[in-house]
Design a binder for this molecule. Structure first.
Ligand SMILES: *[C@@H]1O[C@H](CO)[C@@H](O)[C@H](O)[C@H]1NC(C)=O
Ligand SMILES: *[C@@H]1O[C@H](CO)[C@@H](O)[C@H](O)[C@H]1NC(C)=O
Length: 254
């Protein structure tokens, strides 16, 4: 990105000096368009993408993302049927495990060590939207009498947030959250230890987690993204929003 910036400057200088060398006046409007002339952000855009993801990431952490993930009452939710009155877990269990009294074999299940990994940023082809990938990692500690000990699982999940710029009637520009969902198929569950406990137990557990966990995590992350967007630095919001409105590149691929 530095390279692009300095190339642009260099080309500008070359254009100017060759024009001067030829003794010709530099025709107005033929120089490189200055971002300022167009009311566009003065910030080199390469920095913008990084500043934006940094600000989002900081905002999510400051907003208590990790604590709220850790406090998801997973055990209660699983035992109460996945939070749906129709008995999601019961239905799943009917299909998956006929012989093991599955729920009785979960004495406890806790989310620990939540982590926010490095955010990813891509821009829609038309340039008007950003998609922020929010990669999360956590551990699940499962207490079950089936193995003598704690069972530890590593979970990874991506939440993807769509971000758009809107202009209010008063001409004020905001960044707003569009779609915010877990990326399909992005849930990874890995057994960290416990030399293959009872496979059917693990299968049932994985099936239930796949059913409930992405929605639970999304339910914590998305409202927070929304809140963070509304508290971002005004200049940063303005610069990003101007680019999005004009369909210009915020994200520069290296
Ligand atoms: C999350 O998205 C990143 C790309 O931003 C990808 O590399 C990673 O594999 C994804 N993780 C999961 C668990 O799907
Ligand atoms: C798995 O690892 C945790 C600590 O990392 C330990 O407390 C637990 O006993 C282990 N479980 C098994 C089944 O080995």
């Amino acid at each position: 990105m530095f390279l692009v910036g300095s190339l642009v400057v260099l080309c500008g200088l070359l254009a100017q000096s060759s024009a001067q060398l030829a003794g010709l006046p530099l025709p107005l409007g033929q120089g490189l368009p200055s971002p300022l002339d167009q009311g566009l952000p003065s910030n080199p855009t390469g920095h913008l993408a990084g500043s934006f993801t940094d600000a989002l990431s900081d905002g999510l952490l400051a907003g208590g993302l990790l604590g709220s993930l850790e406090n998801i009452p997973l055990l209660d939710i699983i035992k109460s049927g996945g939070g749906t009155s129709s008995g999601l877990v019961g239905g799943l269990l009917g299909k998956l495990t006929s012989s093991i009294p599955f729920l009785n074999n979960i004495l406890d299940i806790k989310i620990t060590d939540p982590q926010l990994l490095e955010l990813g940023l891509v821009q829609s082809p038309d340039g008007h939207r950003l998609y922020v990938t929010i990669p999360l990692g956590l551990r699940l500690k499962v207490k079950t009498p089936l193995v003598g000990n704690l069972l530890e699982l590593a979970v990874k999940l991506n939440i993807t947030s769509e971000i758009l710029a809107v202009k209010t009637n008063q001409g004020r520009i905001h960044l707003v959250l569009g779609d915010c969902t877990h990326s399909p198929g992005s849930l990874q569950i890995i057994l960290l230890n416990g030399s293959t406990p009872i496979q059917s137990f693990l299968d049932s557990l994985t099936a239930i987690l796949t059913k409930v966990l992405p929605d639970l995590v999304q339910g914590k992350v998305c409202p927070l993204v929304n809140a963070v967007l509304s508290h971002l630095d005004v200049t940063l919001v303005h610069d990003i929003a101007e680019l999005l409105i004009h369909g210009l590149k915020v994200v520069i691929k290296v």
